[in-house]
Design a protein around this ligand. Sequence first.
Ligand code: GLU
Length: 305
Amino acid sequence: MSDNVPSPYRGRFAPSPTGALHFGSLVAALGSWLLARHHDGTWLVRVEDLDPPREVAGAAEQQLATLAAFGLTSDEPVVWQSARHDLYHDALARLLAIGSAFECRCSRSDLAATGGIHRHCVASDPTRTPAIRLHVPDGTIVAFDDGLLGRFEQHLDREVGDVVLRRADGFWAYQLAVVVDDADQRITDVVRGADLLDSTPRQILLQRALALPTPRYLHLPLIVDADGNKLSKSMASLPIDDGAPLPALRAAWEALGQPASVLGGVPDVATAMRFAHREFRPDRLPKVTSLTFAAAHNNPVAGAV
Ligand code: GLU
């Protein structure tokens, strides 16, 4: 990312409340906050609570409390996706009205032969409750320049297929909600983990279909364990200690490629965040899609694993 991002810069952190905030999420939250502050921008928190089957009661409040322990509080009231069904409904209605979305009764097993990629309806049970999908025309290629990782291109028709917007179980798909909300909140810069890199082209396609602006994207390295597994799955049991946040903050700072010495002697989180804000340099961010948990730091948090 260059240093001449037009203002007003608006960034966000958008956790799903599926459990406690873990180290990988802290890296993404801190990275998006530091970039927003570096650009004198606004930083927002949005709770992505649209998937009740995957949610854990109280997790959202717990995540917000953990973020607060690091001084990571939203500059505007926290937005909860569960309170915004009307917005998603309107967007879907527009896509249906212009013929960009369609009802689909294909089941997972109907699509097994094409690896789950939907190009045509092949539903075996025409009475099934339909999902709604975005039509991805043949030959659709979407490319964008990631702020850290450079050019990323995807053949959406071949690699992804028609995108689910509303699931057959009636829940909104993440892809629709995130596009609607990033536009509604006037987000200029999406900074998040590299696990979402390959969701970005479908979000851009959806923005185009809805005539919404496309923000800049920057994907931070995903923190993985020694076997390359995403930390959130393999180490869900590694929550951050809200009562003693400094070790995790130092570790996250180092995972973002910033020098350990900056936070070496700080007495508390408030001072650490002030120093971090002052000393953060985006050009030091690691240009990789993943970092092993151990390589991210030689740290006290790892000792807790
Ligand atoms: N809610 C998503 C997650 O926790 C992140 C969405 C985003 O940053 O676009 O994985």
